[in-house]
Design a protein around this ligand. Structure first.
Ligand code: UT7
Length: 328
């Protein structure tokens, strides 16, 4: 067994908006069907945050639950990292807005942009800060209002996404903790998934709005192949770094983009389907929040017990991908 890093997750939490948008609702909005969406993606319904509810609110709510489960006060948090591609605004950071909402007065905060892999990147960054001794208690949050960048007239993408947030508290632990991490990036494939407008290259203008450039554009089938290859590679590389084999793994908490991707990843990693945690049917793809919410739910449902070995595994725009092996 490899040496323990001694840095672990000591509390998790999640927040999902109450409004449900199901496939029958989408049938009334675009030319699609429940049958197509279920068989091609595995998604039945997703949550939608109402007006005035955005990444900072949802992230703070998830963080409050994570703090409660960790038995920590907001004032004890040193570091807040929020992974989001749907920040409340371009600046200030969503982490600073969350810091204020929580009253985490002594924490520093910043956001990271790693799309669907953001929660994995965030946990890896927080681990380094704790390991170095600079900070003791960290909050890592994945929060997304994907509905705000979804083109509700584009059937190729609007059936896929949902809103929500998940969070965890990290600190030094006496037993278990993170056994290994693995991250990857490949900017060559950046155009496969992007929101082209609204940044410094194409600032908001009448033209960018007319051309619908403020919405998510996706080359689905190309991404699908990369997702299968790179999620399996990330999981296998993280396992190898920790000296573990697929038989040692109790549960995989993957990014939830498409059920067919997850079955293909399970096959490539030689893992039975029962070891893949799924909630895509209820929430769709929530980008960075998908892995965060799935982990919090798996803990609540007691699918993860003390001593279990789990893998967080994600892939997304950038491209970015990564996996983390944790002994719970
Ligand atoms: O989270 C970050 C990473 N994201 C991913 O990795 C997503 C990866 N990609 C996917 O999950 C899948 O590619 C999609 C779910 C996006 C699409 O599934 P697909 O099996 O790759 O379908 P496709 O794009 O090849 O489209 C097949 C057909 C097309 O019709 P034709 O050209 O064959 O006549 C589409 O127009 O399905 C059509 N189609 C739809 N039909 C009904 C596309 N979207 C819909 C829809 N309802 N919503």
């Amino acid at each position: 067994m490899p040496r323990k890093s001694g840095i672990g997750i000591v509390g998790t939490g999640r927040f999902l908006p109450t409004k449900v948008l199901n496939n029958a609702d989408l049938e009334k909005m675009v030319d699609t069907s429940d049958e197509w969406i279920m068989t091609r993606t595995g998604i039945k319904e997703r949550r939608i945050a109402g007006e005035g509810i955005a990444a900072a609110f949802m992230g703070a709510e998830a963080a409050k639950r994570a703090l409660q489960n960790a038995g920590l006060d907001a004032g004890e948090i040193d570091l807040i990292i929020t992974a989001t591609i749907t920040p409340d605004m371009q600046f200030p950071s969503t982490s600073c807005l969350i810091q204020h909402r929580l009253g985490a007065v002594r924490a520093i905060g910043f956001d990271i942009s790693a799309a669907c892999s953001g929660y994995i990147y965030g946990i890896t960054i927080a681990q380094q800060f704790i390991k170095s001794g600079l900070y003791r208690n960290a909050l890592v949050i994945g929060s997304e209002k994907m509905s705000s960048i979804t083109d509700w007239e584009d059937r190729n993408t609007c059936v896929l996404f949902g809103d929500g947030a998940g969070a965890c508290v990290m600190q030094k632990v006496k037993e278990g903790g993170i056994l290994s991490t693995y991250l990857g990036s490949d900017g060559r494939n950046a155009p496969l998934l992007e929101v082209p407008g609204g940044g410094s290259l194409r600032p908001a203008s009448h033209e960018t709005i007319d051309e619908r450039l403020h919405y998510c554009k996706m080359s689905g089938s190309e991404l699908f192949k990369e997702a299968v290859k790179l999620m399996a590679e990330a999981g296998n590389k993280a396992m190898a770094k920790s000296g573990l084999k697929c038989g040692d793994i109790d549960l995989v908490i993957p990014h939830q983009a498409n059920i067919r991707i997850l079955w293909a990843v399970a096959k490539k990693m030689n893992l039975p389907r029962e070891k893949i945690y799924l909630n895509i049917e209820r929430y769709g793809n929530m980008s960075s929040a998908s892995t965060a919410v799935a982990l919090a739910e798996a803990v609540e449902e007691k699918r993860i017990k003390k001593g279990d070995i789990i893998i967080l595994d994600a892939f997304g725009a950038g491209l970015t991908w990564g996996a983390i092996v944790i002994k719970w």
